[in-house]
Ligand binder design. Structure first.
Ligand code: HXC
Length: 263
C-alpha cells in the first residue's frame, strides 16, 4: 500500500493499521469528485495489502469528520446518462461494503449526509463527544442514496429511519449511541487513541476469523434465518483447518500468547 501525503484523501500506515483521512478541512471534508475517486482506491489498496489488518477512516482538521457531499459541485445532470452510469459503474461507497478487513470510523465534529453514510458503511463507529449527526439530504431535495436509507432501516428499523431522514434533524453523540448508530463515545481528545487501541486489538486477532465474521453478519443478515445459518456453518467449516485456529488452541494449551499468521 502506498502512503499518500497530499490531496483530498491521505493514507498512512502505523503498525498493521491503515489510516485513511478525508483531507479537505477548509470545506469540512465535504465529499467532492476527488474524494469519490480516491477513497475507494485507498480502501481497495489497503484491503489488498497483506501487511494491513485494519482500516480506520477519519476526518482532517478540528471541526469535522465529513459534512457530506460537496454541495458546491451540485449542478443539473443529463438524466439518461446518469441512469446508465449508475447501472454500469460501482458507486464509490461500494468499496467500503466490499472491504474484507475491519473498517473503523473515528468520528468527530460534523458527520452529515454522505459523511454519515461513510460512517455507516464502516463496521465499528467510535464517536467523539462533540460529534453531530444528521441526514440533511431531503432539505436539499435529494435522499441519502449512498446506502443511507437502506442501512438506517436495517440498523434502526422503519420508525427511526423515517424520523431521521424525513426531518433531517441534528443529534449528538450520546443520542447516536442510544439509537445504536455508534457503539462507542469518547472524549474528543481521546478519539484517536481510542480508535488506535481498537484497531490494534483487532489487528492482533486472526484475520480470516474477522473477515468471515463480517461476511456472516453482513451477508447473513440479508438472508432468511435458515440460509443465514447455512452460510455461518459454511464459513466456520472453512476456518476449521486454518493455521490460526490451530495456533490459538495450541497457545491456549501452552499458556502463551498466540502468534497469528493470517492463514
Ligand atoms: C461544500 C461545504 C459543505 C458541503 C461545509 N462546507 N459543508 N462545502 N459542501 N457539504 C464549507 C462551507 O461552504 C465553508 O466554506 C466551510 O465549509 C465551513 O463551513 P461553514 O458553513 O462556514 O461553517 P458553519 O457555519 O460552522 O456550518 C457548518 C455546517 C454547514 C452546519 C456543517 O457548513 C452546513 O450545513 N453544511 C452543509 C451540510 C450538508 O447539508 N450536507 C449534506 C450534503 S448532501 P466557504 O469557503 O464557503 O467559507 C449529501 C448527500 C450524500 O451529503 C450523497 C452521497 C455523497
Amino acid at each position: 500500500m502506498l502512503e499518500v501525503t497530499e490531496g483530498a484523501v491521505l493514507v498512512t500506515r502505523r503498525d498493521a493499521v491503515a489510516w485513511i483521512t478525508l483531507n479537505r478541512p477548509d470545506a469540512l471534508n465535504a465529499i467532492n469528485i476527488e474524494i469519490q475517486a480516491r477513497l475507494p482506491a485507498a480502501i481497495r489498496e489497503a484491503d489488498a495489502d497483506p501487511a494491513i489488518r485494519v482500516l480506520v477512516i477519519q476526518g482532517a482538521g478540528p471541526r469535522s469528520f465529513c459534512a457530506g457531499a460537496d454541495i458546491k459541485e451540485f449542478t443539473a445532470v443529463d438524466e439518461p446518462l446518469a441512469r446508465r452510469q449508475s447501472r454500469m459503474r460501482d458507486h464509490w461507497i461500494d468499496a467500503l461494503d466490499q472491504c474484507q478487513k475491519p473498517l473503523i470510523a473515528a468520528i468527530h465534529g460534523f458527520c452529515l449526509g454522505g459523511g454519515l453514510e461513510i460512517a455507516l458503511a464502516c463496521d465499528i463507529r467510535v464517536a467523539a463527544g462533540d460529534a453531530q449527526f444528521a441526514f440533511p439530504e431531503t432539505g436539499l431535495g435529494i435522499i441519502p442514496a449512498a446506502g443511507g436509507t437502506q442501512r438506517v432501516v436495517r440498523m434502526l428499523g422503519w420508525a427511526q429511519a423515517l424520523d431521521l431522514i424525513l426531518t433531517g434533524r441534528r443529534f449528538g453523540a450520546e443520542e447516536a449511541k442510544v439509537l445504536g448508530l455508534v457503539t462507542r463515545v469518547v472524549a474528543p481528545d481521546a478519539l484517536q487513541p481510542a480508535a488506535e487501541e481498537l484497531a490494534l486489538a483487532l489487528a492482533g486477532k486472526p484475520p480470516l476469523a474477522l473477515q468471515f465474521a463480517k461476511e456472516a453478519i453482513r451477508k447473513g443478515g440479508e438472508l432468511d434465518y435458515a440460509a443465514g445459518r447455512r452460510l455461518e456453518t459454511d464459513l466456520l467449516t472453512h476456518l476449521l483447518n486454518t493455521s490460526d485456529r490451530l495456533e490459538a488452541a495450541q497457545a491456549f494449551r501452552e499458556k502463551r500468547p498466540p502468534r497469528f499468521s493470517g492463514r
